[in-house]
Design a protein. Structure first.
Length: 247
């Protein structure tokens, strides 16, 4: 499978402190790839660098082209979207206006094309259609996450990067969000997923990376990492649950 995103020797620093050290990762076309690890491992920093929000060194190839000199806006126009951990919605604007802002990079395209993409988002998120005239600030946590993902999809990305999409959500809503992410793959959108819910992320993913202290400590197919003893002990907590059950 061809690489849509290929990153090598990525380094990101804050002042004199290097937070990400020589990270290499790859997202194939039509894949879901997860990045898991503890707080402070460099997951969000890596995503911000890939989006161009933080300066970095190394090589970032997207569809074979080097992104190094491209602005955030140019990366969006090229087909990359990021849903940040904080979602960053406009609380006092209606749902539909928030969504239409996601199409800003394609504002010169015909209005009918933008409307068609809006209808596609509503098909994926029927709840947003029901609440299209509500202010974003009145939505539940799960609905706000759906809106954030929907807004990103308005730019018609080929690569969607999601930073902690399950953060603060109830388990039932988390399952719904992850089901939607799987549906995106079937629609041809590649997904790079940063998650602290390691088990759910790896079970969903074609491939996964474990970051520790700014470096890739482990990598492999998602199903293999779920069964990896080191991942189990460090992130999944299965040994602890087994001990509790035995007691």
């Amino acid at each position: 499978m061809g690489a849509l995103l290929e990153v090598s020797d990525l380094r990101v620093g804050y002042g004199r402190v290097e937070a990400v050290h020589s990270v290499a990762l790859r997202v194939g076309a039509g894949q879901i790839v997860s990045v898991v690890g503890p707080n402070g491992a460099g997951k969000t920093t890596t995503m911000a660098a890939l989006m161009g929000l933080l300066p970095s060194t190394g090589t970032i190839l997207y569809d074979g082209a080097d992104l190094g000199s491209l602005s955030v806006e140019a990366r969006v126009a090229a087909g990359i979207s990021l849903v940040p951990e904080r979602r960053e919605l406009f609380a006092e604007m209606p749902v539909e206006d928030n969504l239409m802002l996601g199409a800003f990079a394609h504002r010169r395209r015909p209005a009918a094309e933008r409307r068609s993409q809006l209808e596609s988002v509503y098909t994926l998120f029927p709840r947003l259609l029901e609440r299209r005239r509500q202010f974003a600030g009145t939505l539940s946590g799960g609905e706000r996450q759906m809106l954030a993902i929907g807004r990103a999809l308005m730019s018609r990305p080929r690569l969607l990067m999601l930073d902690e999409p399950s953060l603060g959500l109830a388990p039932l809503i988390v399952r719904e969000i992850f089901s939607i992410i799987a549906d995106l793959r079937s629609r041809g959108v590649s997904v790079l997923l940063v998650e602290q819910n390691a088990r759910a992320a790896l079970q969903l993913s074609d491939y996964g990376y474990v970051l520790e202290s700014g470096e890739v400590a482990l990598q492999g197919e998602g199903g293999d990492l779920v069964g990896n003893e080191r991942v189990i002990a460090s992130y999944l907590g299965l040994r602890a649950h087994a001990a509790d059950d035995a007691g």
